[in-house]
Design a protein around this ligand. Structure first.
Ligand code: ADP
Length: 283
């Protein structure tokens, strides 16, 4: 029944990852807007909601998931039916695979589209992810040929786009949405990062990069506004120290916002596919 349903609506994970329920790409038109930070904390937020989550770092230009998730090392390789398989690394309950685990930091790789998509394909066919509710892909920033090749390579239930509120970032976010449209991938919504700053001493709010950009963009592009995450030094420190805020400080306002984004995303997916949603949510 579930299999038939998947085929009918055509948005669920095809056979490459048969044990993964939803695959979500986290994309951004520009680098430095917090795409990896959102990927990591969103994965942890979904895990907090009771889902089994994997995170695949496909950011070939700057794989930052190992650092942000506080994980080092090489994946274990084993043989199965004569072929090599890899076990994902794991931390904070999230299964992880990153190009950063496999390449040498001192010898940067010059990636071309087919090479990048070949590596990603292996991350799907040769990595034993096990049963997952969500597999989150942290894509490389931008909307060029490489990104286009990648989104055509990976089975996607849908994508979300991370932007900051200012015009230069919004323009590129729009390009991101168009890219997904071109390859018929649903964009489930926009996450605005660095939306505002609350001064810890006065409690005053400062809209450093302007305000309302992400929300207006979502309206214009007919997609959901999933939420706005403030600028907070603890978010940056959590990334640098490998202790993401949603894991380390779940009670903060910032973490609650990110957990709210995860809830909204899950609601959207469930609404698209209500008979598949048989998971008990534990808070
Ligand atoms: P991208 O993946 O888009 O290149 P990153 O997630 O690597 O961006 O974020 C870039 C930098 O900004 C990192 O140092 C990260 O810790 C920091 N950062 C991201 N989001 C926030 C935020 N909401 N508040 C404070 N710092 C942030």
């Amino acid at each position: 029944m579930a299999e038939n349903f998947k085929d009918q609506i055509g948005t669920m994970t095809p056979k490459l990852l048969p044990k993964v329920k939803y695959t979500i790409a986290v994309a951004s038109g520009k680098g430095g807007v917090g795409k990896s930070t959102v990927s990591v904390n969103l994965a942890l937020a979904l895990s907090k909601l009771g889902f089994k989550v994997g995170l695949l770092d496909a950011d070939i230009y700057g794989p930052s998931i190992p650092l942000m998730m506080g994980v080092e090392g090489k994946p274990q390789i084993y043989q199965e039916s004569g072929s090599n398989k890899m076990l994902p690394l794991e931390n904070y309950g999230i299964k992880l695979m990153s190009i950063g685990f496999l390449i040498d930091d001192n010898n940067p790789v010059i990636w071309r589209g087919p090479m990048a998509s070949g590596a990603l394909k292996q991350f799907m066919s040769d990595v034993e992810w096990g049963e997952l509710d969500y597999l989150i892909y942290d894509l490389p920033p931008g909307t060029g040929d490489i990104q286009l090749t990648l989104v055509q390579t990976i089975p996607l239930s849908g994508a979300i786009i991370v932007t900051t509120p200012q015009e230069v970032s919004l323009i590129d976010a729009k390009k991101g949405l168009k890219m997904f449209e071109k390859v018929n991938v649903n964009v489930y919504g926009i996450v605005e990062n660095m939306s505002y700053f609350i001064a810890p001493d006065t409690g005053n709010r400062y809209d450093i990069f302007g305000s309302g950009g992400g929300e207006n963009l979502a309206k214009e592009l007919n997609t959901k506004f999933l939420g706005g995450i403030p600028i907070d030094p603890r978010i940056r420190e959590g990334g640098d120290n490998g202790k993401p805020i949603v894991y380390e400080m779940p009670e903060t306002q910032e973490s609650k916002i990110i957990i709210g984004i995860a809830e909204k995303l899950n609601e959207t997916l469930s609404a698209n596919n209500s008979t598949e949603n048989d998971i008990e949510i534990e808070l």
